[in-house]
Design a protein around this ligand. Structure first.
Ligand SMILES: [Zn+2]
Length: 704
């Protein structure tokens, strides 16, 4: 389920993504030089001169004494790393804003923590306001609502912190840390130090507007490329030349192709369809797909022979601009040109991101797990001998040998009687308001005390949602978390109820981790995987909250096997992507064709090593390169794997506990706040993030 973006992450991301308004200056910008103060040919992005840094250190040492030299040097160097010569007199700024005494720094910390909470909180509220019309079911949508929804109130917050020089006062007085330092020293830090590191983390990167704009443009181009990448399946012929998909079925790569493949397990003619889809995926990754057949129902295509012919019948909603002339000319590596677009934009930004100077470093930095840790967990999942056991059970169930496309096999959901449950939830929740009224009872039934249940319900507003539902936390104390839930005219159906309970889990986490955390700079959880795992704990109890028995036995066993197989599937694709980006940084001048060749080779190597032993296809399949994420938002895939692991680890921690203990533990772990993932998990469950809970649950499921 989607969780609305937290403003904290907007603020952090803004440094990298926001388009700046070049030339804007702060309102009380006393140290900024006038137009005549800089030589006409000077580079406005030039860093501060070493002489100015030495000058600042000397003046501050003279002012505060030699015993402060080490602290002065650290603060000055942090501020200098992002100061530009065009920002003005560096030494004068440092002399005015460097604070030497603990009391003065405490006061500054308190003021900044309160201010950041207000900025984040109000930016979030304004964002909620401008998107109200598109998100909340509140009468017919107006054309203006679409425009308001794109109005990004927080886009320039980080830029403005630099323009106003607030960012430099932060960097001058509080410690900044790289991921490696957080991992090495973080376990010994107290909560206040963590809060200070979160404060400097808001302003640890300062990307020039035009480069941030170029990165956004690369993302927009990639989104557009993927959004138009549809296959009209009625016109995709099977390996025997037969037409198996219904007219009008249009599938976007890779999501719809994969979901169709999964759905085909329930189809009598499914195997032939699945082989066709796998072949289509291969053609896309290797870029041997004919360019003319992409998003084009005017042409028939046989992906095995690659033969293209004019279609006899064409769907009414066919795109107007597509050719009807058959051509087997391949797609000219656009897929990899798109990846190169991200790479070039990232390379340009690298030198402005001193603490994470590559796109890869920034990806692991934002997950706050080292690449080594992530890679270790991916390989652990991939190397587990449980895969062979799971594959044997799959073969028994399918009654055939496995094939490469069984990468997407589903062990099957529980099969609850949804119609019966729909009747119950529709009656109980005719409106969103009825669900809101029931919140205290739901929370008491989950194990919270009456007082805590009332407290939580008082901090959560329920709105009827236009979409499937989402949770939007508050960012400042005094504001409420919002639960968006979809209620049809006849009342809330079971699916909607199931989602609403999930979103309630988010809202409860959001409330505890904002209102009951010791420092608001530590509000939240380490990353979205954690809040998803916590929301899932609520969702898994939804039937009990309706007074129904907890699903157990076979349904639960299959759920675990599904999670294992699915995690293992993404782990391979994530590993391929990380290796591809290493290759890119090693070959910065690569052409799109060279990148394609490297990607296909890496995908085949990973396949041969980890998948071919159970699924076959050795040396031929590059299915691990199909994920659209790798094209649209690179280096995010590994987060899904880590998310699955975290969910199992937290679930294992509360499993079998009585309700009151469950509620107490839920509150306790939420109050840990936004610290390093491994530290959070250590303090929550006694161990760092680990693949063992998922592997353990899988071993038990296979043994049953
Ligand atoms: Zn969610």
């Amino acid at each position: 389920m989607r969780i609305a973006t937290r403003t904290s992450s907007i603020l952090l991301a803004a440094a990298v993504l926001a388009t700046a308004c070049p030339g804007r200056s702060g309102p009380t910008d006393t140290t900024k030089p006038g137009p005549g103060d800089l030589p006409a040919n000077s580079d406005p992005l030039a860093p501060v001169s070493p002489a100015a840094v030495r000058d600042a250190i000397a003046k501050l040492t003279a002012k505060h004494g030699a015993s402060h030299t080490a602290a002065i040097q650290a603060g000055v160097e942090q501020a200098a790393s992002l100061w530009r010569a065009s920002d003005g007199d560096f030494a004068a700024f440092c002399v005015e804003h460097y604070l030497a005494t603990p009391a003065a720094r405490d006061a500054l910390f308190g003021k900044l923590q309160g201010t950041v909470e207000q900025i984040r909180g109000h930016v979030l509220e304004l964002g909620r306001t401008v998107r109200w019309g598109t998100e909340v079911e509140d009468g017919p949508m107006q054309p203006i609502d679409q425009l308001l929804a794109t109005y990004d109130i927080g886009a320039h917050v980080v830029d403005d912190l630099f323009t106003s020089k607030v960012a430099f006062a932060i960097l001058l007085n509080f410690p900044r840390a790289t991921l490696a330092q957080k991992i090495k020293d973080g376990p010994g830090w107290n909560r206040r130090t963590w809060a200070e590191v979160r404060l400097t983390g808001i302003v640890d990167t300062r990307v020039p507007g035009e480069l941030a704009g170029a990165a956004s443009a690369a993302e927009a181009a990639a989104d557009q490329y993927i959004a138009g990448y549809n296959l009209w399946m009625h016109h995709v012929l099977g390996e025997d030349g037969k037409r198996r998909f219904p007219s009008g079925k249009r599938l976007i790569s890779h999501w719809n192709l994969r979901d169709e493949l999964k759905a085909n397990y329930a189809d009598a003619d499914g195997l032939a369809k699945q082989r066709t889809i796998a072949k289509v995926m291969e053609r896309i990754v290797t870029q041997t797909i004919p360019k003319a057949v992409i998003n084009n129902p005017r042409l028939d295509w046989d992906p095995v022979t690659n033969q293209v012919t004019a279609a006899a019948e064409i769907e009414a909603d066919a795109p107007k601009d597509r050719t009807a002339t058959p051509s087997d000319e391949r797609e000219p590596d656009m897929r990899f040109e798109t990846v190169l677009g991200h790479f070039r934009a990232a390379k340009a930004i690298d030198r402005f991101s001193p603490i994470a100077p590559t796109r890869m470093a920034r990806a692991f930095d934002s997950a706050e797990l080292s690449e080594e840790r992530v890679r270790g967990m991916l390989v652990e999942i991939l190397e587990s001998p449980l895969a062979a056991e799971a594959a044997r059970e799959m073969e028994r169930r399918l009654g055939r040998k496995l094939e490469p496309h069984d990468l997407w096999y589903e062990f099957g959901a529980g099969g609850t009687a949804e119609a019966e449950l729909d009747a119950i939830t529709r009656k109980r929740y005719p409106t969103a308001e009825a669900f809101a009224k029931d919140l205290p009872r739901i929370l008491r039934d989950l194990g919270f005390t009456a007082a805590r249940a009332t407290y939580l319900a008082d901090h959560i507003a329920v709105d009827p949602s236009r979409g499937a539902g989402h949770a939007m936390g508050a960012e400042r104390r005094g504001d409420k978390a919002h639960l968006r839930t979809r209620v049809e005219a006849g009342g809330m159906d079971y699916k909607g109820y199931n989602i609403a309970v999930h979103e309630l889990g988010h809202n409860v986490e959001q409330t505890f981790s904002l209102y009951d955390v010791d420092y608001t700079l530590l509000a939240g959880v380490p990353n979205t995987a954690f809040t998803e795992a916590l929301a899932f704990l609520f969702q898994a109890r939804d039937l009990e909250l309706l007074g129904r028995p907890k699903p157990g036995g076979e349904a639960d066993r299959l759920r675990v096997l599904d999670a294992f197989w699915n995690t293992r599937e993404i782990a391979g694709s994530a590993l391929v992507e990380i290796d591809v980006w290493h290759w890119l940084y090693d070959h910065p001048e690569a052409t799109a064709a060279e990148l394609r060749e490297a990607t296909v080779k890496i995908a085949r190597d990973v396949w041969d090593r980890f998948y071919a032993p159970t699924l076959g296809g050795k040396g031929t399949t590059s299915l691990l390169g199909i994920y659209s994420h790798t094209i649209a938002s690179p280096l995010y895939l590994f987060n899904y794997v880590v998310g699955h692991l975290i969910a199992f680890q937290i679930e294992e921690h509360v499993e079998g506990k009585d309700k009151a203990t469950f509620a107490n533990e839920f509150e306790r772990v939420c109050r840990l706040g936004n610290i390093l993932p491994d530290l959070w998990m250590q303090q929550a469950t006694g161990k760092p993030v680990s693949s063992q809970p998922l592997l353990g649950a899988t071993a038990r499921a296979l043994a049953r």
